[in-house]
Design a protein around this ligand. Structure first.
Ligand code: SF4
Ligand code: SF4
Length: 473
């Protein structure tokens, strides 16, 4: 019955009204320029992060690009280390570390990542800066957009688009430079000899940057980013958030600077709305904690300026916790923080230790499947193996092969020289022979050792079985 009633009610609403109810229209946001402590910190973090992104591919270490994901060569060069497909486990640990860090830092400090380090935020800031430089600050941009098309407006808009597209293409080029040596890529670009894949990824990443940072901006954070949705599960009353102090600010209202606002029954918010005007996601922090807030701190900076002008104490909008706002004690060290922090630290130490102890030579031993063993004309028992040796170092090495486990065991390597280039998987046929009198059991354990001739620390061992006749046969 209720359902019938509600259907009837909806059917009486005109179509355009229904559309208004179901779809939210998004007004263009014109964030106002802001200055202050957090704006400076944001600039610094953006400068460092963008500097790393655009600068790292151009740095070489021992003649090797310091960060290069060499997909055709199936190896990653990272800060003087080379990782191979066999090291994929580190990638898994890296993802676990990233997930845990997000849990840890979000529980501790809210959306600090979103506001200061997320690529979407950092690139949007650059695109906004270009827009502001070319079109002016918020009032000029709003005026320009409302104005009818004119030669001036077209010139300004084309200039902005050209600046955005150039920067986006440069970003796409740099991105490809992490996968193809960037100096070769520059040469190929100048000589018009880029491969189709390089062109595709350059344009794809350039287009993604242009679309996300130039046009979609806060829409990415609000509608596309899953983190915005599940972060509330990690928040508690002790999490650091950007919040408006209602107790101090309300009732809000305009007043003379010299007026005794308390006598007028007002709080410290002068209702200037500047906090909403600087917000890149277009919200009013005075409405309370909202999932659209990316903790960029712009509203803190601008409100502090207002407080200074009014001679009120700073911090009407500030980093605080819900407990502090409700006059309850805040606990920084709490079980969740300790748990996430300890697990993070243990995994981090484990990963760093295992990377530094990584063996740069790997060995796999395969027995000859055609015969268990054979008796030689010299009266010895012989087993044949294929050793798969992988050189995971950056240099070419020559290796020595030994085997132990049975008294008097002799090793015969069927290659004149066991030499493997960087990244090479070398098949080495090897036969072991032993006197039958030394075999105490039918299947003895033997251990192969390979060691680089020029660097004895490059060494590994692998166990195998040596088969022979039943003792006493
Ligand atoms: S900037 Fe500060 S004073 Fe101005 S409206 Fe926002 S909270 Fe109120
Ligand atoms: S409410 Fe304040 S901190 Fe949150 S996104 Fe807007 S300006 Fe940034």
């Amino acid at each position: 019955m209720n359902q019938e009633k509600s259907t009837e009610t909806v059917s009486k609403i005109p179509l355009n009204e229904v559309q208004k109810t179901l779809y939210q229209t998004n007004d263009k946001i014109y964030p106002r320029k802001v200055s202050g402590l957090f704006a400076r910190l944001k600039f610094l973090s953006g400068f460092v992060l963008l500097g790393l992104f655009y600068g790292l591919p151009w740095i070489n270490l021992n003649g090797q690009q310091i960060v290069l994901f060499d997909l055709p060569g199936r190896k990653f060069h990272l800060f003087g280390m080379t990782f191979w497909p066999q090291d994929a486990i580190y990638l898994a640990f890296l993802l676990i570390l990233a997930g845990l860090s997000l849990f840890f830092f979000t529980t501790l400090a809210g959306r600090l990542w979103c506001g200061f380090a997320c690529p979407q935020t950092v690139w949007t800031d650059v695109f906004l800066w270009m827009e502001r430089t070319i079109e002016g600050d918020r009032p000029q941009r709003m005026k320009l957009d409302k104005a009818p098309w004119s030669a001036r407006k077209i010139r300004i808009k084309i200039t902005k688009q050209l600046a955005w597209i150039s920067f986006a293409l440069f970003t796409g080029f740099t991105f490809v430079g992490f996968f193809t040596p960037v100096r070769d890529l520059s040469q190929a670009l100048l000589n018009f000899t880029l491969t189709p894949w390089e062109i595709f990824w350059l344009l794809f990443y350039g287009f993604a940057t242009y679309g996300n940072a130039g046009w979609m901006r806060e829409q990415v954070c609000i509608y596309m980013c899953p983190y915005a949705r599940f972060q509330s599960a990690m928040f508690d009353h002790d999490t650091l958030i950007v919040a408006y102090d209602k107790g101090r600010g309300e009732p809000r209202g305009a007043r003379n600077k010299s007026a005794d606002y308390q006598a007028e029954g007002l709080g410290q918010c002068i209702n200037c709305t500047l906090c909403a005007q600087v917000c890149p996601t277009g919200i009013d922090i005075r409405d309370g904690l909202q999932y659209q807030c990316v903790s960029c701190s712009a509203c803190i900076d601008v409100c502090n300026e207002v407080m200074d002008k009014m001679n009120y104490p700073r911090g009407l909008i500030r980093y605080t916790t819900e407990n502090t706002l409700n006059n309850k004690p805040t606990h920084i060290l709490r079980p969740r923080i300790l748990l996430y922090g300890s697990v993070l630290l243990i995994i981090l130490i484990g990963v760093v230790y295992s990377i530094t102890q990584r063996n740069l030579v790997a060995l796999d031993v395969l027995r000859d499947r055609n015969s268990l063993y054979r008796d030689t004309s010299e009266g010895m028992v012989e087993n044949v193996y294929t050793l798969k040796l992988i050189n995971m170092d950056d240099q070419t090495h020559e290796y020595q092969i030994n085997a132990t486990g049975v008294e008097g065991l002799t090793v015969r390597v069927e290659l004149p020289k066991v030499q493997a280039e960087s990244g090479e998987v070398l098949d080495v046929p090897v036969s072991l022979s032993a006197s039958p009198s030394q075999l105490k059991v039918r299947s003895s354990e033997v251990e192969f050792t390979v060691q680089a001739v020029d660097n004895p620390s490059l060494k590994t061992t692998t166990k195998a079985r040596f088969l022979g006749p039943v003792p006493g046969r």
